[in-house]
Write a protein that binds this ligand. Sequence first.
Ligand code: AMP
Length: 283
Amino acid sequence: MKIITSITEMQTIAQNLKREGNTIAFVPTMGFLHEGHASLLREGRNRGNILILSLFVNPIQFGQNEDLDRYPRDAERDCRTAAECGVDFIFMPEATEMYPQGFQTSINVRELSKPLCGTARPGHFDGVATVVAKLFNIVMPDLAFFGRKDYQQLALIRRMVADLSIPVSVIGMPIIRESDGLAMSSRNAYLSPVERKSALALSRAIHDIRSLYVSGERSIETLRRKALTIILQEPLLQIDYLEFCNEHSLQPLTEATDDTLFALAVKAGTTRLIDNTVLGEKV
Ligand code: AMP
């Protein structure tokens, strides 16, 4: 496993690998790896013959009052996890390598970046789209793996890849959860024990809404009320949004169908947590 920090070195390696006919599988992350990231790496290992992981806490996707400075980092542990998952190259640039003086380009996926997390985090998805496009130009992957945990991000990357004709297949992967249901996230490290316990309301809401839907409930009004009740039972939680929308357009709906995305963002103390499910998907 090799660690690369220079953009030109990574590009030269990627170019040579492609010339030799390799299939490059790529997993972009912000590090502090957990089993969710590992599931993407394992799938990448199976489907590509070269596996590249990026570790980069992308400053331009964080807002002014967000957690860029305290985002959890542990490069040594990440390298061990990467080695265990069979990673061939880790791309780990400094922020100044990615965004040198004079950098001024931004990608805006107009409609998909507005609702859900886009409302509370203006500019966030421009930062995400820009860094992912840049990483694609550096790593030149054939396959790129993203978790459905960040559902809006995945939808937006798919749209960007189609709109800009980027030659990469985007593969969406299932949400990996702790044994008690909490969706894995690097930010779970921020949670105090009581916040961690309250945070289970998110996966409980996902579970109960799915059950109601399976039992025939189609009124979004009713489903929303049920989800609200579950979250509001936890005094430590503050709802950012709780939405039912079309899984492709992310536009709000009044009737639930198999294509309905139920997505929620909640704050536990200062920690922002997200979770989601598509009602028709098998989990
Ligand atoms: P992050 O390092 O949080 O930016 O995440 C990097 C990638 O891992 C993204 O594609 C995430 O959607 C994915 N990911 C994060 N948490 C999970 C999870 N619990 N299950 C599946 N994928 C995840």
